[in-house]
Design a protein around this ligand. Sequence first.
Ligand code: HEM
Length: 445
Amino acid sequence: SAEAGLNLTNIQGDILIGMKKNKELFFFFTIINSTLFRSQLGSGILPLITPTSQLLAVDTQPTTAVNLAFSQRGLTTLDITDDLGDTAFANGQIDNVASILGDETSNWESAFAGTSIHGVFLLASDTVDNVNATLSQIQALLNGSITEAYSLQGQARPADQQGHEHFGFMDGISNPAVTGFSTPLPGQQVIDPGLFLLGETGDTVTRPAWAKDGSFLAFRQLQQRVPEFNKFLVDNALSNPNLTADQNAELLGARMMGRWKSGAPVDLTPTVDDPVLAADPQRNNNFNYSHPGFDLDTDQTHCPFSAHLRKTNPRAGLNPENTANHIIRAGIPYGPEVTDAENASNVSSTDPSLERGLAFVAYQSDINAGFAFLQQLWANNAAYGVDPIIGTDGLGQADVPRSPSGLDPADPTRIITIDQDFVVSRGGEYFFSPSLSAIQNTLAI
Ligand code: HEM
């Protein structure tokens, strides 16, 4: 891959392959002494930053992987005045909260709604103790030049739920392959590096030279209302006569997501789960919604048009296949498992310590073509049905009824109304994850 031109020792490790640890802390900070901060960045912090190359080989993986990214406000605080060429980044996520993303602003965590977030350290390891030790090391090196604005502890779910998000579905299966970097698995789309890395082939925007090999990180704290989701599936279970009531509830969930909880794609196995298929990387992403003898534009017997997977990547549903709107996802669940009391009441606790969801991370070189596009123009779009997982009414109002299509395979025209949001945005921010050389030569003094 180095031969193909990507400088893997210079690109932060989370961008192309993810840090893939069971614990990941998102430590959002405010820079209170810019000169001191910059003076510690090169000699102190840079050696701790984990490049892609270090993650690729098992024997070079650090105990705690560290990545670092800045908001526009953070760069401005560091006296970096260059325009990175991305309006969404420059304006910050709060700027397009209601009209673009459809968030209800009152649900936003106050730190994301405020002005104190200048940057974020991403710290990933096997244990929280390791993460905290590295955080202490960073804070000592930075010598009081930053303060904590907010933090979110991500953690993989326990035991057989590891790798699954809180609704129970296996996550992290489908990311694009990157030209010149990854060898595509069957069904995996190959996308130019410039869609994710600034200044690489496929990035057509004019950027300052130092921004090359950086990436924009869209962070979202997405709360998941798991008991409510489960109740909805039971209350609206499908009616396949060959399935039990539980299986009919599972079937509805699978059709809303586009994969079974195991990860098996609904497009390949529409009415029964197939855990063997799910576990086979040669097959679990090898589909494109087209089937001989079925009309791609009307057939929803395989996968509903509105399924989360299909809304966020329509594959052959667009002809030619879309090459402009892709993200690399690197999120991790946060929060504890559902409690017995929540299960019994079918209602999420209002205790903040019991909040759970997805610490969502998406990398792209153009936020308005990446994360914001997928949320606004695909997931929230009523054409082909609003995404039943992450779609909103697009107006910044909560619990507005949504009408995804095709959820019932026995009658694809039947509308199953979703009268509540199972995913609630608690806000987020847009960041720039610079290359290691940019940290050394431009951000540090
Ligand atoms: C895929 C869950 C938020 C974009 C998936 C998958 C699951 C999932 C289970 C299938 C696993 C895989 O194919 O890797 C969730 C949950 C979310 C969430 C529970 C919120 C709590 C988002 C958001 C976006 C997004 C906000 C972008 C706006 C995607 C994309 C794929 C995906 C692009 C892969 C589609 C494909 O290539 O076929 N998601 N997701 N997700 N999700 Fe989400």
